[in-house]
Design a protein around this ligand. Sequence first.
Ligand SMILES: N[C@@H](CCC(=O)N[C@@H](CS)C(=O)NCC(=O)O)C(=O)O
Length: 205
Amino acid sequence: MLKLYYSPGACAMASHFALEEAGVEYELVKIDLRKGEQRTPEYLAINPAGVTPALATDQGVLTENLVIMTHVARASPDAGLTPEEPGFDFDRMQSFSGFLGASLHPAIGAVLFGKPPLEGEARAAALEKALGKYDVVEQHLLRGPWAMGDQYTVADGYLSVFTRWLRQADLLDKDRYPKLNAHLNLVQARPAVVRALHMEGLEPV
Ligand SMILES: N[C@@H](CCC(=O)N[C@@H](CS)C(=O)NCC(=O)O)C(=O)O
């Protein structure tokens, strides 16, 4: 059976949403980042990078949300969690998720979870850089109502992780990010997403 190593509220939620949307059987294993459980020898044997998520499968371990989400979507094609593949729309979804994972996530992560925490001018500069990434999604990438247009895909769950973080920090400004606000509300109204949040001990924000 699939086994997802996750940390409540962290980016692994994107993979968790995908599993719940797909309706496949899986087991959850909690890794407490605050206690440093991502650096135990047991977990490093699963993911030597010492981060969550990791998905243990019959064939081995997969890491990176983008890859895990796609793997899960393929395991459950009837759930329709990606555009048809191979195909350009599928590739466009991967471009979207790639931007989130490689550009937006590190930018906002440095502001919200930097160790040591950023302060003063350094924080202000890092925050504006991160918000600029959200501007790109708001103004150019998010087609509406879902990221790719009419079809909900795994990229939507992924985006919602980062808009949740921004809303929790009181930074998802309604005037600057009207589309991102509406999108987050839509994602958090999905039964599969609410189920996954509850499993992590969380509520929609
Ligand atoms: N690009 C990776 C990022 C994984 C990542 O950075 N996870 C964070 C939580 S959001 C983590 O486990 N951090 C623990 C640490 O850095 O010690 C992915 O999308 O899977």
